[in-house]
Each structure stands twice: as structure tokens, then as C-alpha cells.
Design a protein around this ligand. Structure first.
Ligand code: FAD
Ligand code: S2G
Ligand code: ZN
Length: 472
């Protein structure tokens, strides 16, 4: 039973056309639960506008009729930010039909795309224009540019190119009252007051609907080399990234840490993955060097860097990929961790960041505290070392009951987040707050910061109709 009047639905249909609304409960289902089935909701309607003007018309009508909107892109978010609540009164506004490439400007090194463009399609379009768009993450085949902007997505190339905020020059936004802000400027310098785009990047759909963006393009990458390296400890990884970066500078474009536990899960659950080394080692890093020169001496650099590290005891073993398929296999090991965790029962996710230099102490301290209080939990530690960003995910003890384990989530989360803030870290490095971390953010964030965030929210969305219950 819809909480919306037939008249309202007819008005929506007059704006977006029959193709733009979804009322069938079966077809609505995929919009109402997240990738991991960790969050489920109900919606009175799913609306799929095809243009910015249609988005504006829908938002204006929802504003007049006080109907709350939940923006949605690829629905790969990991904090439940794109899932409506259980009231059945909210409407999901999916941007997935807005997939136009509005402009490619190779000389300005920019590309203007609509919010529903899939990240992988954007990467391909950049390559076709003889350029490179660097954002890269495990969900790139499904996540959208709008979702990447709304979550200020990070991924594996942040250490070289930054996160989505750093890759964006302008955005187009439909504000909560239905006005269209055209901020689609492709300028690298525009110092005319507050940089408003940064209000919406990372706002997770709570301040407006991002409908398009001007994104930076980079020179095409023409040589890449990739290595899988076994290490004795996490502190060796921090030593190693420092020495590789000193040697290779901006050529270091990937440095992903993985614990043996995370590799074990992948070997167990991801078809076709095999450990390049016979023996098991405590830690691994995947290193990627890349360059715009076709014949850059990347292998030689890597061999020098790894050779020095072997002498210093930072490296146990190393293999440099010698083919495209080997490179793909190594990245499949890394990117398979997220999926593999789902086969081991609930994955309590903690996407934290600490200063890079604190990574080893954070791991040692937090592992110890967790093992003392929750014997048998399996700690899946992996992530983007160059950003100080660890995915510190906890799986249940072997054979434990899912429900009993999940009942410990609050207590486990508190140990991890208390430890994070004791190292001056953040409780959400790249995934955002959504509904998953709203209460934790209220507990751990500076009260003045929360007050400022609320002031911005109240100014832009006084009726509180934009993604209610998320972030704040
Ligand atoms: P959705 O999940 O649809 O929405 C995410 C949030 O953005 C919601 O709050 C939604 O309301 C809002 N939103 C969506 N579109 C718009 C819009 N146009 N305007 C305003 N608000 C909008 N994330 C990382 O940062 N780094 C990683 O390395 C990473 N790896 C991942 C690996 C896997 C296997 C998976 C499943 C996810 C991973 N993620 C990662 C999380 C996720 O892919 C990102 O957060 C991504 O940016 C979400 O994009 P989306 O289009 O799926 O957004
Ligand atoms: C990644 C995915 C999140 C997770 O793979 O880099 O951002 O913890 C993560 O599954
Ligand atoms: Zn990540």
C-alpha cells in the first residue's frame, strides 16, 4: 500500500514519464537493500529521472508535498546511505538513467559526465580520449559518478591522485527546493568566495542531488609494473612504502596491505586465486608503479627497492608480475577480500584512518584489546597504506553463532573506534557515515563540527527531506 496519493504519483509520472517510475514490488526490491544485504528498507516509489530538469521537477514536487527522498546511484555503498527507512513513506530517486557524457575536453584535461555514469565507463571514456581517469575501487563496475562524489570515494590510487574530491572541478546540483545550481566550471582556479562544490562532495545525498560533474583527466599511463611482496610485519610495510616512494616518487600508484587472514579468506572463497608463494607469511603488499613513458625503467626501480628492503629485513619474498594475466590475478586477490568476507558470516566493517606512521601501533594495540575481550574473533586487516586507511573488519570465531556475534558489534566497534581516536584517527576514511556510523559520528566527532554540519543542513534542507537519518 503506497503512502503516496495517486494524484502525487500521476504528477511524478507527468514529469518523468512511465519509464521513470517503478511501483512493482518485485522490480523495486533491488533498490531497497544494499550490496551486502546488511540494510533493508521500504519505499513508496522508485523514481528514475533521465535529465536534470526532471530531477528538479521531482524534487520541487517532493518539497511541496513534504515527501522525503533517498538518492541512489549504483547502490554499492557500505554504510546504508542509499537505502530508505522502514516507514514506506520515502521515495528512492535513482540517478542510473542519467548516463550522458556531456563533454570531453582533452586540452583542458577535463570530462563532464552525468551522475549515473558507471565508474568503469568513465575510465574507458577517458582512455578513448587518450587520457586517464584514476579513481579505482572494487565496485567500479557498478558504482556511479554521483555516488563516488556523494561519498567522496577513495580506492587504490588515492596515494598518487587523491580521492574524488581532489579529482573534481565542478558539479551540477539540484538543491532541496528544486533549484538547479550549475557549478559545472572546468577551471583549476576560481577564487570567488566559498568553494561550494566541496559542500556537496561527501554529503551523501543529504544536501542535494548531484546530477553532473566536471572531472579532471590525467595523461595516459603507458607503463605499469606490479609486485606481490611478503613481509614480516605491518611496520615493515610502513618502512617499505617510505623507501619505495623515496626511490620512485609519483610513479608509486598502488600500495595495498593485506594480512594473512584476509589472504586466507580469498584463497578459500575466490575461485582461481592462488598464493604466489608456497609458504604462508604474516603480511603482504601489492605494489604498483606506473608512468606515462612507454619504456619507463619500472621493473629495475622495483628490483632496487625490493632488493634494499630484503637486506633490511623488511621483505621476506617478492614476485614481480610478468604478464597482464598475472597482474590481474594479483589484483583479484586484493579486490576479492571484500566479497570473500561475506562467506565467513557477518563482516563487522571498520573503515578507519590513522597517520601512516601509527599503522603498526594501531594494529598491535587494537588486535591485543580485541583478542583479550573477544577470544577467537578473526581480524581481517587490509587497505590503502599510503592514505593511512585500514579496512579493519571483524569476522566471527569459527563455528560461532551469527546472531550472538552480531550482538557484540557495539562493544567491538567501541574498542576499535576508541583505539582509532587514541591515534588521532578517523572512524570513516572513505566510505562515509550513512546510517551505519551516524551514532558513532555523533559520539566521536567534535561537537562544534557537528553543530556546523547541522547549520549547513538546516540552511540548505530546512524541511529535512534529503536522505533523512543519514550522516546527522
Ligand atoms: P550508492 O551506494 O548508490 O549511494 C552512496 C551514497 O551516496 C548514499 O548516501 C546515496 O544517497 C548518495 N548518492 C548516490 N548518488 C547520489 C547523487 N547523484 N547525488 C547525491 N547523493 C547521491 N568505497 C571507497 O571509497 N573505496 C573503496 O576502495 C571501495 N571499495 C569497495 C569495494 C566493494 C566490493 C564494494 C561493494 C564497495 C566499495 N566501496 C569503496 C564503497 C562504494 O563503492 C563507494 O562508496 C561508491 O562511491 C558508492 O557509489 P554508488 O554509486 O554505489 O552509490
Ligand atoms: C576496499 C571495501 C570495503 C570492505 O576493498 O578497499 O573499501 O571493507 C574497501 O569490504
Ligand atoms: Zn577501500
Amino acid at each position: 500500500m503506497s503512502h503516496l496519493s495517486e494524484a502525487f504519483i500521476r504528477e511524478i509520472e507527468a514529469i518523468v514519464g512511465p519509464a521513470g517510475i517503478e511501483r512493482d514490488p518485485e522490480r523495486m526490491r533491488s533498490y531497497l537493500s544494499d550490496w551486502r544485504n546488511a540494510y533493508r528498507g521500504l519505499a513508496a516509489l522508485v523514481i528514475r529521472p533521465a535529465t536534470t530538469e526532471e530531477v528538479a521537477g521531482v524534487v520541487r514536487l517532493c518539497n511541496e508535498q513534504q515527501v522525503a527522498l533517498v538518492p541512489q546511484g549504483g547502490n554499492t555503498g557500505l554504510c546504508g546511505g542509499s537505502i530508505p527507512d522502514g516507514s514506506g513513506c520515502q521515495v528512492v530517486l535513482s540517478l542510473t538513467r542519467m548516463t550522458k557524457f556531456r563533454q570531453v575536453d582533452p586540452a583542458n584535461e577535463t570530462i563532464t559526465v552525468e551522475a549515473g555514469v558507471i565508474l568503469q565507463s568513465l575510465q574507458e571514456a577517458a582512455a578513448e580520449a587518450g587520457r586517464f581517469f584514476p579513481l579505482s575501487l572494487g565496485a567500479e563496475g557498478s558504482c556511479t559518478v554521483g555516488g563516488n562524489l556523494a561519498t567522496n570515494a577513495g580506492g587504490t590510487a588515492v596515494l598518487r591522485y587523491g580521492n574524488m574530491r581532489d579529482l573534481t572541478l565542478g558539479v551540477e546540483v539540484v538543491l532541496p527546493d528544486g533549484q538547479i545550481w550549475n557549478g559545472l566550471r572546468g577551471l583549476r582556479k576560481d577564487n570567488t568566495g566559498y568553494d561550494l562544490k566541496h559542500l556537496f562532495i561527501g554529503s551523501e545525498g543529504t544536501l542535494g542531488i548531484i546530477t553532473a560533474a566536471v572531472l579532471k583527466l590525467y595523461p595516459a599511463v603507458r607503463s605499469v609494473t606490479t609486485a606481490w611482496v611478503a613481509l614480516p610485519s605491518a611496520s615493515a610495510a610502513v618502512e617499505l612504502i617510505g623507501s619505495i616512494r623515496a626511490l620512485c616518487g609519483d610513479r608509486l600508484t598502488g600500495f595495498e596491505l593485506m594480512s594473512r587472514q584476509s589472504v586466507d579468506f580469498v584463497l578459500r572463497h575466490v575461485h582461481g586465486c592462488r598464493d604466489p608463494f608456497g609458504d604462508a607469511h604474516p603480511w603482504y603488499v601489492l605494489i604498483e608503479l606506473s608512468d606515462t613513458q612507454p619504456e619507463a625503467p619500472l621493473n629495475q626501480l622495483l628490483e632496487i627497492g625490493i632488493g634494499e628492503a630484503l637486506e633490511k629485513g623488511w621483505v621476506i619474498d617478492a614476485v614481480v608480475a610478468s604478464s597482464e594475466s598475472q597482474v590481474a590475478a594479483l589484483w583479484a586477490m586484493r579486490e576479492g577480500i571484500s566479497e570473500a568476507q561475506n562467506h565467513e558470516g557477518p563482516s563487522l566493517k571498520h573503515d578507519i584512518s590513522v597517520p601512516v606512521s601509527c599503522i603498526p601501533d594501531f594494529i598491535e594495540t587494537t588486535d591485543q584489546r580485541l583478542r583479550d575481550r573477544f577470544p577467537g574473533v578473526r581480524i581481517v586487516t587490509y587497505g590503502h597504506v599510503g592514505d593511512g586507511n585500514l579496512h579493519y573488519n571483524i569476522s566471527k570465531p569459527v563455528g560461532a553463532d551469527d546472531a550472538r556475534f552480531k550482538a557484540q558489534h557495539e562493544a567491538i566497534m567501541q574498542v576499535i573506534y576508541d583505539s582509532t581516536v587514541s591515534f588521532s584517527g578517523s572512524i570513516s576514511a572513505e566510505h562515509g557515515i550513512g546510517q551505519a556510523k551516524r551514532d558513532a559520528a555523533r559520539h566521536y566527532k567534535d561537537p562544534l563540527e557537528l553543530e556546523l554540519m547541522r547549520a549547513i543542513k538546516t540552511t540548505l534542507d530546512p524541511k529535512g527531506l534529503m536522505n533523512p537519518g543519514k550522516v546527522l
